[in-house]
Ligand binder design. Structure first.
Ligand code: SAH
Ligand code: SF4
Length: 399
């Protein structure tokens, strides 16, 4: 073995938990699996990793021992470590995850991942980057510098961690605190939203590769319609997302005019509202008129007037759209406050009357709503529809 190859061997073993098919094939080639066997062996490994939730190679009973031994000498199936878990009263779970170190002196980057159980689905909110290069002024992540992009395996591994923890693999054990898996067909994780840390379209290739693993029938077998990528408006990448991934799209709009959006979402100075909405029209046109979700964070006295609700409705006219009103989630040092519930209710009423069925839907957690000052105590006063919307809204996990 050359010195360089030896040094490579000394590096931390690479985990195959979250690996793409290509990465698995490469790992098999490196240990000398003949070309004619590669696809078959890759499928077997994928099956163990994604359908059975194997955490060590020894469990893979239909694969020859010597081959497993060679794989185990170079690879692991280690997942990101759960450093902390918070569970809200409604079963929403927020995990702080530490990524495996990429070299021996690396302490491992930390990201957040949120699981939101509902009666008919279980949604996992994943991160795509450690930090963010953009600086939306209401976003806590925006105050962090970008540490690095996550790899596709690290994005997929968030789903594996959630499924491990929720007992969502065969013979898995559900957590003892009483929240049963909620998703379709008993699957705890039936939906994935890219609404955690980072701007997914600035880590396009990794996000695309992760989505391929999530939606492959031999991978995590999630429907594309159950995966939503949220963007602050990276216009040039939106068409690629439609063409290469075909998932659902959410757009963080937050303002109806460029002057205000420039301030809230500084990326707007590069890709103003007109360009953004054109990219949205192209997206729905090119992808069988899928509905786009527009996210609108409710900031007191900033963007929450009835006139702005009407402007929002006018702006989205003709687009197959859904609007999520997100109560602002405060964080230390934030320069904004959350709109009060009367204001949110008035805003949502205007949007609702314009024909948008579910105005407040974005994942949030009651515990996070509780952090939103007066919201909880005032929730009793809400009318039934608004209360349901409030209860359906779950944590995004920005702080
Ligand atoms: N970077 C992507 C996806 C991650 S942010 C994006 O911006 O779309 C996911 C959503 O949370 C976005 O709509 C974002 O605007 C919103 N968000 C960020 N900070 C928030 C806060 N403090 N309160 C409520 N929503 C927030
Ligand atoms: Fe980044 Fe999205 Fe936060 Fe803006 S809202 S800073 S794009 S994570």
């Amino acid at each position: 073995m050359t010195d360089a190859a030896f040094a490579a061997e000394e590096r931390a073993p690479m985990s195959l938990a979250g690996a793409t098919r290509g990465e698995i094939v490469r790992a098999l080639m490196e240990i000398g699996v003949p070309a004619r066997e590669l696809n078959m062996r890759a499928s077997q490994l994928w099956h163990w990793i994604y359908h059975r939730g194997a955490r060590d190679f020894g469990a893979m009973r239909n694969i020859a021992r010597p081959l497993l031994g060679k794989l185990a000498a170079r690879h692991t199936l280690t997942r990101p470590e759960i450093v902390a878990e918070q569970v809200s009263a409604d079963g929403t779970r927020k995990w702080l995850l530490r990524m495996s170190p990429v070299h021996p002196s690396d302490k491992g980057s930390e990201i957040e991942c949120v699981y939101i159980p509902e009666s008919d689905r279980g949604t996992l909110c994943v991160s795509s980057q450690v930090g963010c290069t953009l600086n939306c002024t209401f976003c806590h992540t925006g105050t962090m510098p970008l540490v690095r992009n996550l790899t596709s395996a690290e994005i997929v591994a968030q789903v594996l961690v959630a499924r491990d923890r929720l007992g969502d693999f065969p013979r898995g054990v559900a957590p003892a605190d009483g929240f049963a898996p909620a998703g379709e067909g008993g699957r705890a994780v039936s939906n994935v939203v890219f609404m955690g840390m980072g701007e997914p379209l600035y880590n396009f290739d990794a996000v695309r590769d992760a989505i391929a693993v999530m939606t492959d029938g031999e991978g995590l077998s999630l429907s594309k319609r159950r995966i939503t990528v949220s963007t602050s408006g990276v216009v040039p990448e939106m068409a690629r997302l439609g063409a290469e991934c075909g998932t659902m799209l959410a757009v963080s709009l937050h303002a109806t005019n460029n002057r205000l959006r420039d301030r809230l979402v500084p990326l707007n100075r590069r890709y103003p509202i007109e360009q953004l909405l054109q990219a949205c029209r192209d997206y729905t046109g090119a992808s069988n008129a899928r509905r786009i979700t527009f996210e609108y964070v409710m900031l007191r006295d900033i963007n929450d007037s009835p006139a702005e609700a009407k402007a929002l409705v006018r702006l989205l006219k003709g687009l197959p759209a859904k609007i999520n009103l997100i109560p602002f989630n405060p964080w230390p040092g934030a320069q904004y406050e959350c709109s009060d519930w009367e204001t949110i209710e008035r805003f949502s009423e205007i949007v609702f009357n314009a024909g948008y069925a579910s105005p407040v839907r974005t994942p949030r957690g009651r515990d996070i709503l509780a952090a939103c000052g007066q919201l909880k105590s005032e929730s009793e006063k809400l009318r039934a529809r608004a209360r349901t919307m409030l209860e359906e809204s779950l944590a995004i996990g920005q702080d």
